[in-house]
Design a protein. Structure first.
Length: 643
């Protein structure tokens, strides 16, 4: 059987606990009472609740009995407790048991109110229920940082016992000016002490009974003119830390108190809002503790940001290193495509984005931005987004970069852009079409319609479309031509592209000059440049530029052709886009290849002319690698172009 306190009782087979009151012998004798015990239900089956309530009720009865014993007459007692009896009842004798029952009911209600008030106070501060040792250590770091930054005032505002600290502060400041402080402050082991330990000087001060009044009366004991600022800051910080430790200990005790009983669900008693006065004094401490925890949260976030910034890897320098390495192993056009992709990437995440923060979510965000990217303005589109092929090229470039970063230990995860490319279908993929014969005739005979149109690059715009039509050369390949690239072999004039840094290794090739280009005056144009000892064939597009743009030297040609000429010859690019076709300068290359295909020219020779040979051409490229096609054969192929 469970042993109960003398003021508790539990009937067999009963769940509820009862209050058991032993009436003092003096009271029993004074009022001639027969039964010495009073028992009444506490209306709770929880032992902790019952003990707490019984103690409160017992305390009130003890006070009541002391008061009763001091009263002299029965009349005084009767008048005092008249309210407990029915007003219509003729009072002849005092029903002491009714008095006890009425008093017990009142005291029990008070007891429940007191406990409920205590619980209410605790529950009003849920944030302070779990203070970890990590938070205590963090607060010490915060105070240490405040001392280093000369900003201890914020910590002072977080203390609940400011007056206690202030009462000693003047005394300690005076103490730091004394010889006694100087001796105690020289201890080397004090330099690495945490705020949870007192320094030798602080210990000496606590042992001393000398304050500011004493030093004012004995000025000869002071050896310094000003207080030691470092020691004073530490003194304040240490007391703030101790104040925090006290509040944390208080929270733990209140947590134990809360766990010792359950709150009441019995609504039979109305609460009168009573509370323990001593509990009310804790409210200020709770407020400052909550403020401290909020401050610690802010401090932690700032420390995390600082740590993240100190460990950050800005993306741009790493990307440039990546492209520098790619420049050794890949073609210039591939690196150029990387540069275009990264230039756009910086508009999304910035040049200083921390590479270590790159995750799948960021990759998805970038994919959305790429898919929403509008086509280059020089291609003459208005609101059309870039093609699926271009989207995939961007995503593959970013994926290749992050894979390289993973292999070089810049990041700890890979695959951020894995499986992100969009499947290309006939529905979502635009095909570049060839120019019609009518469009070709119009382009070849085109003259600027306005004196402002391409006024500074007139010579260059005359030749670019024509050379592209009869050689299949790419826009930027034409822009790189020099006078020395025009050579003669076996009486055949040709363009030598073997010393260029082009898109791929197969782009280095030779192209016989079509007779129509010669008739148009191309060789005469080259000779005129050679006579002037100029090296670059198309120098107008380079005027005022020290280096090419990200799109190459031919950017002015591309903008003029796609924005102006295409429109002026009646081609509607929006209509073309609606029909899933593309038309631009690169369409000259499509036109050239298509014309040879119609003629039934062998694929190997066409690839050799346009620079498409690759690793898949095993028969010719690998086994026939030491042999070269005769210039006459290439000339015959080129001359088959007849628009």
């Amino acid at each position: 059987m469970v042993r109960l306190n003398h003021y508790l009782y539990q009937y067999p087979h009963s769940k509820n606990f009862y209050f058991k009151l032993r009436i003092p012998q003096r009271i029993k004798q004074k009022y001639s009472l027969v039964n010495q015990f009073f028992i009444s239900s506490l209306k709770t089956s929880d032992k902790n609740n019952a003990q707490r309530l019984a103690l409160i009720v017992k305390g009130y009865f003890d006070k009541e009995f002391r008061s009763m014993f001091l009263r002299q007459t029965f009349t005084e007692m009767l008048e005092m407790h008249r309210a407990t009896l029915a007003e219509s009842e003729e009072v002849k004798t005092w029903d002491f048991r009714a008095y006890l029952k009425a008093r017990f009911s009142e005291y029990l209600a008070w007891g429940k109110d007191m406990i409920a008030s205590e619980m209410n106070l605790i529950n009003n501060y849920p944030e302070v229920k779990h203070i970890s040792s990590k938070e205590i250590d963090l607060f010490n770091q915060y105070l240490q940082s405040s001392m280093e930054n000369n900003d201890i005032s914020r910590g002072f505002e977080l203390t609940a016992h400011k007056q206690y600290l202030l009462s000693y502060l003047d005394d300690y400041q005076a103490f730091t000016r004394s010889e006694e402080f100087r001796k105690a402050n020289d201890e080397p082991e004090d330099k690495n002490l945490t705020l949870s330990h007192a320094t030798s000087a602080e210990k000496a001060f606590s042992r001393s009974d000398r304050g500011v009044d004493y030093y004012q009366a004995h000025p000869s004991l002071l050896v310094e003119d000003e207080p030691n600022a470092i020691a004073v800051k530490r003194f304040i910080a240490r007391h703030i830390a101790l104040d925090f430790d006290f509040k944390c200990a208080l929270v733990q005790e209140l947590k134990k108190f809360e766990d010792s009983f359950k709150s009441f669900s019995d609504e039979a008693y109305d609460r009168n809002g009573l509370s323990f006065i001593q509990m009310k004094t804790f409210e200020h401490m709770f407020d400052t503790l909550n403020e401290t925890l909020k401050t610690l949260k802010d401090f932690t976030e700032k420390q995390s940001i600082k740590e993240q910034e100190s460990n950050a890897l800005p993306i741009k320098p790493i990307a440039e290193k990546f492209m520098e390495e790619k420049g050794i192993s890949t073609e210039a056009d591939t690196v150029r495509q990387y540069k275009i992709a990264f230039t756009f990437l910086y508009t999304i995440i910035g040049e200083d984005f921390d590479l270590t923060q790159f995750n799948r979510q960021k990759a998805l965000e970038i994919k959305d931005a790429v898919m929403a990217k509008q086509s280059n303005s020089e291609k003459g589109r208005r609101s059309e987004t870039i093609s699926v092929a271009t989207i995939n090229k961007y995503l593959k470039n970013f994926g290749a970069f992050l894979s390289w970063c993973y292999k070089h230990d810049y990041i700890s995860e890979q695959g951020q852009f894995e499986n992100m490319t969009i499947r290309e279908t006939a529905k979502n993929t635009s095909r570049r079409r060839s120019y019609t014969r009518t469009e070709i005739e119009t382009i070849v005979s085109y003259e600027p319609r306005d004196k402002r149109e391409a006024k500074n690059i007139r010579d260059d715009i005359f030749w670019f479309p024509k050379i592209a039509l009869y050689t299949g050369m790419r826009l930027n390949e034409i822009s790189l031509l020099t006078i020395d690239d025009f050579q003669v072999q076996d009486g055949i004039d040709f363009i030598n592209l073997n010393d260029k840094n082009l898109k791929t290794s197969s782009s280095n090739r030779v192209i016989p000059i079509h007779s129509k280009l010669i008739d148009m005056g191309l060789l005469a144009f080259v000779q005129a440049k050679r006579s002037k000892k100029e090296k670059i064939l198309f120098s107008q597009i380079r005027v005022g530029k020290a280096e090419s743009s990200k799109d190459g030297w031919a950017e002015p040609i591309s903008k003029w052709f796609n924005r102006t000429l295409i429109r002026n010859i009646g081609i509607d690019k929006d209509k073309e886009a609606s029909e899933n076709t593309m038309i631009d300068f690169h369409s000259f290359r499509t036109t050239f290849i298509s014309a040879l295909k119609v003629k039934g020219v062998g694929g190997y020779l066409v690839k050799q002319i346009v620079g498409h040979l690759g690793a898949d051409d095993i028969t010719f490229d690998t086994y026939g690698g030491q042999a070269s096609t005769k210039m006459s054969a290439l000339k015959d192929l080129v001359e088959q172009i007849d628009y």
